[in-house]
Design a binder for this molecule. Structure first.
Ligand SMILES: *Cc1c(COP(=O)(O)O)cnc(C)c1O
Length: 437
């Protein structure tokens, strides 16, 4: 390397880390992350791509905004509960609860006596208050865990009686029969895909029956010549009846008439109800078990319960969801169509694009047949990838060769941010090269 080679002027790592901006970044993001940005900037200077005096600035520019690689997204799909983008967004009250629970907290500790206390008792009290028909409640890691715990505790080594019409695949290849088989319980299928009667159950129930399981087909509908036995017809058979309602509605929602809820199922005599916390309930990932106190206690005492234990952050956010203001999922589901249309038209005028009618959906979380009529901005198809990769990322819907931007699940205070993202995606789409830029 010659004496006057500019590469000799590339600042050393320790010097760079002492600059106020990078020292601050180390405090926020950790040393490894900052060092990585620094060494990549130094490498660019060595390659002659940037000047040595620009290394600090380029390293700073290359830093991520947060210590997590998860990128917040705007959901412009119109699908309210979208598993791939994190299901339910939390309410401000739930976020506040998460932060409160992030340090040392009395999650399993009684500050009055100094003794150990029931884990998450505030959350359980909130659930019992919301569902008075439940004698007791238990929270585990997710809906699948609630189901596994219930079938294991009630039927390991014995039979679980299930209708053939309810042998569902939850999603991503996870199938209910496999899940139950993994618990050591045997599935006893009854009825047919479209029709199962109370008599089918009665004939299958015997001394080897651990429980009857009713599963809500939350992501599809069977229409036509169908019938299913209702819970009241099954409770007299002398075995526990577990109802997996999936979606997590605690009480009936008149606007979702086909969606089962915990209060109704328990009121009709179900022994246990299991559900997810992050579907229509609108809370954090969690699995709820509600029902007869002695049976819930059996689940709580099962060794598997410890392996499925929910963390304090989810407990805090769940309590705030159940007790607090209505969560975003509920607001989006029942969004005022006129208000969404007015926001959409304002954006359409500004961007010079069309507004088209669309049908939104609840998503993987429930109410499979329910259509949510609404409207969307119509953009060229190529905008979708630019929107996804932009900052913030915007997930739109691709349909019929168009990129549709549905504001149903975009909080109104983000409209300005969304407008900026759409403007950038549209102006890029006018560039002749059409590259990703
Ligand atoms: C979603 C769902 C599950 C799984 O719940 P997770 O919280 O995703 O684990 C189980 N059963 C039904 C009926 C569901 O809809």
């Amino acid at each position: 390397m010659a004496e006057d080679d500019p590469r000799r002027r590339i600042p050393r790592t320790d010097r760079l880390l002492e600059t106020p901006a990078l020292a601050d970044a180390v405090a926020r993001l950790g040393e490894a992350t900052v060092k990585q940005a620094v060494s990549s900037a130094q490498a660019r200077a060595r390659a002659g791509e940037i000047a040595p005096e620009d290394v600090a600035r380029v390293a700073e520019a290359g830093l991520p905004g947060r210590a997590t690689s998860l990128r917040p997204l705007l959901n412009a799909t119109g699908v309210v509960v979208h598993t791939n983008i994190g299901r339910a967004p939390l309410s401000a009250a739930a976020v506040d609860a998460l932060v409160a629970a992030s340090g040392y907290v009395d999650v399993e500790y009684d500050t009055a006596t100094g003794d150990r206390a029931r884990r998450g008792r505030g959350t359980l009290a909130a659930l019992r208050a919301a569902v008075p028909a439940a004698g007791d409640a238990l929270v585990v890691n997710n809906g699948a865990a609630a189901l596994v715990l219930a079938t294991t505790a009630l039927a390991a080594g014995r039979e679980v009686v299930v209708s053939r019409g309810e042998m569902v695949e939850i999603g991503d290849g996870f199938r209910l029969p496999d899940l139950i088989a993994s618990t050591g319980a045997r599935l006893r299928e009854v009825g047919t895909t479209n029709r199962t009667t109370a008599r089918d159950y009665a004939e299958a129930v015997g001394p080897d029956t651990g429980c009857i399981l009713k599963v809500h087909p939350s992501n599809f509908r069977v229409e036509g010549f169908t019938s299913a036995a209702e819970v009241p017809e099954l409770v007299g058979l002398g075995v526990p009846v577990v109802v997996d309602i999936g979606s997590g509605l605690l009480a009936p929602d008149p606007r979702l008439p086909d969606e089962p809820d915990a209060a109704t199922a328990l009121g009709r005599g179900a022994t246990l109800v299991t559900a997810s916390g992050d579907k229509l309930l609108g809370g954090p990932q969690a699995g709820l078990v509600l029902g007869e106190a002695t049976v819930v206690e059996r689940l709580r005492r099962h060794p598997l319960a410890r392996a499925l234990r929910v963390d304090k952050l989810a407990l805090a956010a769940l309590e705030a969801t159940v007790r607090g203001p209505r969560p975003p999922v509920t607001a989006y589901l029942h969004a005022d169509a006129d208000a969404v249309r007015a926001r959409t038209e304002r954006l359409a005028d500004r961007l010079g694009v069309r507004v088209v009618p669309v049908v939104g959906a609840v998503g993987g979380g429930g109410a499979p047949g329910l259509e949510l009529p609404g409207c969307a901005l119509e953009l060229p198809e190529g905008c979708a990838v630019r929107l996804r990769r932009g900052d913030p990322g915007v997930v739109a819907r691709l349909e019929g060769g168009r990129c549709l931007v549905d504001l149903r699940c975009v909080p109104p205070h983000e409209d300005e941010v969304l407008a900026g993202a759409l403007e950038r995606a549209l102006s890029d789409s006018l560039r002749p090269t059409g590259g990703d830029g």
